[in-house]
Ligand binder design. Structure first.
Ligand code: 48H
Length: 264
């Protein structure tokens, strides 16, 4: 059997630190920051990267995918209503039509394909990083304030673990029900976040896609964050609305970047 190359511990550590910091430094300024790597955030980031936009996904968890790994009731089948199966086709995700216009896919397969598609398109990802606040200049969101996720779990006796900030042209809040970025504006009385409404599959997904928009200058809401901001009905374990909302958020971000460039 061929022997592994002789590489030392220091070389392994240096490879990680150097490569991580090179990327991180490059993305201290970006075109778009997508906060949250669930289905809406990943679709949004992939669309943007495909269009050569410099896009960074910040994810609080150590894995991507958010709620997309598992459908309802801890069962790993995920559902989609027509016409969202077109996004599944685009991502090469296998699915089955179980009723006219209702499709089912395996959660692990769908989620891993979406993550891979985002990475293949050139999306940069920083994990274990929680967005805690926004950079607000001239009444516009122009960046995010971040810290390592575990910092939030430190005992109260440990203080002054200050965050750092990243600058960007557009922020997308794709943090799901928490609408964490939007909440940072709500705290200051700048935005109303109503919390999502009760379940009504039939009306929820059209509403979430329709209402996906720039909710404050420089800040777009996508996915369940839209339902939370506007108090829209929830859709339970069906994900087509998340995929299409992510696409729409990317389209809006593209237009914002283009009009910013025109202003400059
Ligand atoms: C960095 C953060 C932060 C933060 C959270 O919940 P998600 O899957 O979000 P969506 O909107 O793409 O999809 C929602 C869907 O999964 C779902 O739950 C549905 C359709 N529910 C319907 C219903 O009726 O309940 O992913 C959000 C991601 C997660 O990975 C979080 O870890 C991450 O965002 N996140 N990342 N900084 N402050 N907060």
């Amino acid at each position: 059997m061929e022997r592994f190359k002789d590489i030392s511990e220091a070389q392994v550590t240096r490879a990680i630190v150097d490569e991580f910091l090179k990327d991180f430094s490059d993305y201290i300024k970006s075109d778009v920051i997508v906060v949250g790597g669930g289905p809406s955030g990943l679709v949004c980031a992939r669309e943007l990267a495909k269009n050569k936009v410099k896009v960074l996904v910040l994810e609080a968890n150590n894995y991507l995918g958010g709620g997309f790994w598992i459908g309802g009731y801890l069962m790993n089948k995920v559902t989609f209503r027509s016409p969202s199966e077109k996004v599944l086709d685009e991502l090469n995700i296998p699915y089955k039509e179980v009723e006219d216009g209702l499709f089912v896919a395996d959660g692990p397969h769908a989620c891993s394909k979406l993550i891979a598609a985002a990475c293949d398109a050139g999306v940069k990802i920083v994990n274990m990083t929680k967005v805690d606040d926004v950079v607000l200049r001239n009444s516009r969101v122009e960046g995010v304030v971040i810290n390592w996720t575990p910092v939030g779990a430190l005992p109260r006796a440990i203080t002054c673990v200050d965050p750092v900030a990243l600058e960007t042209k557009v922020v997308v809040d794709a943090t799901g029900h928490d609408a964490h970025v939007c909440e940072a504006l709500k705290k200051r009385g700048l935005l109303n976040v109503k919390g999502c409404g009760a379940m009504d599959v039939a009306s929820s997904e059209d509403a979430v896609c329709e209402m996906t928009q720039e909710v404050y200058p420089g800040l777009i809401a996508a996915g369940m964050a839209v339902s939370s901001v506007f108090g829209l009905p929830r859709m339970g374990p069906t994900f087509g609305g998340m995929l299409i909302s992510g696409k729409k958020a990317a389209e809006i971000a593209m237009n914002m970047i283009v009009s910013e460039a025109v202003k400059i």
